[in-house]
Design a protein around this ligand. Structure first.
Ligand code: SF4
Ligand code: SF4
Length: 146
């Protein structure tokens, strides 16, 4: 991992380790959302994909998520220009793509005692798994736009 890679190196040139480290682990991209078109900013709900471990905000099927979940946003340096609007505005990949700094609470910026969860920047404290929500009821879980 190169020093301050997120500040100096374009997304396209990151190693896979650096790319993965950019993710803040917020889990916001794993919430169910509505979008009129692929280019429209989506409206989020607080209902999470059934594969999200809400306590850790991590994917339980990460290596096979493409197979397990057809609408999973598989982000890469190659497609970020096409799907950036679907990402929450706080998403680290979106911030870097838009040439903005990572937030002060991001794990790459901060000591270990503060992180995405205890600064309340993850979905840990409010998301509910789709396993417990009837699909016809999901509109009642519409959440503010990130
Ligand atoms: S499959 Fe994993 S990465 Fe994809 S939306 Fe579900 S929890 Fe998130
Ligand atoms: S929204 Fe972005 S930073 Fe947050 S978990 Fe998803 S990919 Fe990672």
């Amino acid at each position: 991992m190169r020093k301050n890679f997120w500040k100096n190196i374009p997304l396209n040139d990151l190693s896979s380790e650096e790319w993965e480290l950019l993710c803040d682990g917020c889990g916001k991209c794993c919430l169910n959302k509505f979008s009129k078109t692929k280019k429209c900013a989506p409206i989020y709900t607080s209902v999470a994909c059934k594969f999200l471990d809400i306590n850790k905000c991590s994917c339980k099927v990460y290596s096979e998520r493409e197979k397990k979940r057809k609408d999973c946003l598989i982000l890469s340096p190659k497609n970020i220009n096409k799907i950036v609007n679907l990402l929450p505005t706080s998403c680290s990949y979106r911030l870097i793509y838009e040439k903005k700094p990572l937030p002060s609470w991001h794990h790459l910026n901060l000591p270990k005692n503060k992180n995405v969860h205890n600064t309340k920047n993850s979905v840990k404290n409010f998301a509910i798994s789709e396993e417990y929500v009837d699909s016809s009821d999901i509109v009642n879980f519409i959440f503010e736009k990130f």
